[in-house]
Design a protein around this ligand. Structure first.
Ligand SMILES: [Zn+2]
Ligand SMILES: [Zn+2]
Length: 738
């Protein structure tokens, strides 16, 4: 997605009073607005307040507006905020991402500057000290306030802290102020983070050291490059890239490390914390507004050197970014699927490109996109083949479900049961993997054989024993099992089909009544703290059998784990998505990689009806090349990314008719694109035709790689805005085709 075109080469960096400035605001509406520069002038990139209609909104001076014609009378920029300017590389990055993913530049800027944080406003605050007046008589409340102030001596204290410390109300403090028994002074707040402690690893093998040195010299070069760092679980990838982080910080550069959101709570991130101790920040959905403000300010002025973040961190306005690392780069959760759609990994590479930074994409099972970029020499590839220390890769065997006999209504094969028993005897851990939440994934009416479905969505209901309810995994609605079948109106019961993870737990408990069993799925942990506690028990060997969904696949070290049993991946493997094979392969490699990471050597057993499938064969061998080549050919023949361009347009509305009608109108407008070899599929009902009471109709566009489809589409979409109550979602390089 990179092209070498950069956006601004303007030599004018400063606009004088009376010049016209082009401003991008964080407000919905036109992307570029024009204002008069106020007294004192502004620099390009300055963060400003401007009037839009009757409101004052946050914006950034994007360029000088001389070449742009405007017909209306220009207003003046209301205020230039006392903040560092947004660097040209940040502005270029935002502009390119908005053009690529077809979302407004205003939206990109909103993601970057979080206007609701009021960035500048608390740059200073009042601190309290003992006042000049002599103390005469004091109530106990007033005395407490003065006691707190004298006990902290010259340490600055703000109102909230003073109130909490002395346990008094606002009015007590106001009274003391009036009587001049205390004074308040306005002081600037220091947002600075402590310095990061930089150390280099001393435990690397010769080969690891070589790669570490190569990455460090890339960082030193202060120019753009992307490197794929491949290595099996436990090969020491993290140690190696932490050296690159140390190098960048030593050079005074900023570093961004992105993780899939859930990994931010794992032992993996703990390791980074241990190594760098302090001076870094975490950026994800659950940090407080106050902390976000502190981070944003320190990222802007360059004082914060190291950020660990979820995908949204790629929008942060770094001052001098030198290194970007994407860990578990193949993880599909990097693709944002709600609201505006973008791919966190691709954005990270783009960010590195505009910042002239080193980018490292880390994975045990790289995505096909990355692998192809290495083949095409756009990225460099580095591999860490061996496992670190004494650990060896698990030995994998397949259980052919066509021939293996199981009792009726049993899902765990004899082979797996035997393995678990022997591991328990050796005081080692086993993991049973099934990526299916709940107790029964499908319930079918015994008289009409229809599936029970959600009323709001085109989705089957999943029985959850934990909640004693039927759940829709799309909208979260809960139901009680209906006494009368919604399809045939008969009073009947329902046939359960297939196991969910809760059923596997039930079966395991009956097979191993004395074993200590822990179930791990997103339904079963109440908080991140609770999850950490579960992982602690596992790491300490207090658990014999772990039963988990893909939640357990990411970045945890389980030192006692020596066996992984995979209950069922056939459904995922045979999904009609072009990525089904690749995704199943990546997931299983990761899950199986949990076993035998330390002294104990690992084993794994996969139950399947398709033992001849290339994914199964590749898992049992050590050679990924052949499999990746077959996946590459598959996509090349289908002319889908990375070998072609694709955009999905999903129209949704509360009636099917409205959604379909608009989709048909839109398709008519798009048809002329066929002359650029754009193929148009649809409009047709989306694979999931209803979510949250909204009907969904999809149009899919496929274009050769040489056609830049986004600007063509943008023109059309600007002319054909959806009417009220009809929603249009634009998904460039879609991953899920639901
Ligand atoms: Zn029925
Ligand atoms: Zn639903």
């Amino acid at each position: 997605m990179l092209d070498k075109k950069s956006f601004q080469h303007s030599s004018t960096l400063f606009l004088e009073e009376g010049d016209t400035a082009t401003v991008v605001t964080t407000q919905r509406g036109p992307e570029f607005l024009h204002y008069l520069v106020p007294k004192g002038g502004v620099t390009l990139g300055a963060i400003v307040n401007v009037p839009v209609k009757s409101k004052i909104v946050l914006g950034v001076v994007w360029s000088n507006g001389q070449s742009l014609k405007t017909s209306y009378k220009k207003k003046r920029i209301s205020k230039v905020l006392d903040l560092p300017s947004l660097k040209i590389e940040v502005r270029n990055f935002l502009q390119k991402s908005s053009e690529y993913y077809l979302f407004p530049l205003n939206t990109a800027l909103r993601l970057c500057l979080n206007p609701n944080l009021n960035l500048e406003k608390s740059y200073s605050k009042y601190i309290y000290q003992i006042g000049p007046e002599k103390v005469v008589r004091l109530t106990s409340q007033r005395k407490r306030v003065l006691d707190v102030l004298s006990s902290i001596r010259d340490e600055p204290i703000d109102k909230l802290e003073l109130k909490t410390e002395s346990n008094v109300s606002d009015s007590v403090i106001r009274d003391l102020e009036k009587k001049r028994l205390l004074t308040k002074t306005l002081v600037p707040i220091k947002y600075n983070f402590p310095t990061v402690q930089v150390t280099f690893s001393t435990t690397l093998s010769k080969f690891q050291k070589k790669i570490s040195n190569e990455l460090r010299s890339k960082v030193k070069s202060k120019s753009y490059s992307t490197t794929m760092l491949k290595g099996v679980t436990g090969s020491g990838k993290t140690e190696v890239y932490m050296d690159a982080i140390a190098e960048a910080i030593l050079l005074g550069q900023q570093v961004l490390v992105v993780f899939p959101e859930i990994s931010l709570s794992t032992t993996f991130v703990e390791r980074l914390r241990k190594r760098f101790k302090s001076g870094f920040a975490e950026w994800h959905s659950s940090i407080s507004k106050k902390e976000k403000k502190r981070i944003l300010n320190s990222v802007l002025d360059g004082s914060l050197k190291l950020v660990f973040g979820a995908r949204s961190a790629v929008f942060l306005p770094f001052h001098n970014l030198g290194l970007v690392i994407v860990d578990e780069e193949h993880d599909s959760s990097y693709k944002q699927e709600e609201g505006i759609r973008y791919h966190g990994r691709d954005m990270a590479v783009l960010k590195g490109f505009y910042s002239q930074a080193t980018v490292i994409l880390v994975s045990a099972t790289p995505s096909l996109e990355t692998w192809v970029n290495v083949l095409e020499r756009k990225y460099e590839g580095k591999s860490l083949p061996e496992r670190f220390g004494n650990a060896s890769l698990p030995k994998i065997s397949l259980v052919d479900l066509r021939t293996s006999d199981r009792e009726r209504n049993r899902w765990i094969s004899k082979e797996i049961v035997e393995k678990i028993s022997s591991k328990i005897k050796k005081k080692q851990q086993s993991l049973l993997f099934l990526n299916r939440r709940g107790y029964t994934p499908v319930l079918v009416c015994e008289s009409c054989f229809q599936m029970l479905k959600c009323y709001n969505c085109d989705a089957k209901l999943v029985e959850h024993k934990l909640f004693s309810a039927l759940l829709c995994h799309l909208c979260g609605a809960r139901y009680q099992s209906p006494k009368i079948c919604p399809s045939c109106r008969n009073e009947c019961s329902y046939i359960p089909i297939g196991p969910g993870i809760e059923k596997i737990e039930e079966e395991t408990r009956s097979l191993f009544p004395d074993a200590r069993i822990e179930l791990l799925s997103s339904d079963h942990y109440r908080s991140l703290e609770h999850l950490k506690e579960c992982f602690r028990r596992i790491t300490c060997g207090e658990i014999d059998i772990i039963i988990g969904t893909q939640l357990i696949s990411k970045g945890h070290n389980f030192p006692f784990l020596s066996f992984v049993g995979v209950i069922d991946v056939d459904l995922a493997l045979k999904g009609d998505d072009i990525r089904a094979g690749e995704n199943t392969f990546q997931l299983l490699r990761q899950v199986i990689g949990r076993a035998g990471r330390f002294e104990i050597s690992g084993e794994a057993c996969i139950q399947t009806y398709f033992p001849e499938d290339p994914v199964m064969k590749t898992l049992c061998s050590d050679d990924d090349e052949e499999f990746m080549t077959s996946q590459k050919n598959l996509r090349e023949n289908a002319r889908v990314p990375p070998f072609g361009r694709m955009v999905a347009l999903v129209v949704s509305s509360s009636t099917h008719e409205a959604a379909m009608n608009f989709a048909k109108d839109l398709t008519k407008e798009i048809l002329p694109l066929q002359k650029y070899d754009v193929e148009i599929y649809g409009p047709a009902d989306a694979r999931i035709s209803k979510i949250r009471k909204k009907y969904r109709v999809r149009i899919l566009l496929k274009a050769p790689k040489t056609v830049s489809i986004q600007p063509l589409l943008k023109n059309i979409l600007e002319k054909r805005k959806p009417p009220k109550a009809i929603y249009l979602t634009i998904d460039v390089d879609p991953i899920n085709f639901y």
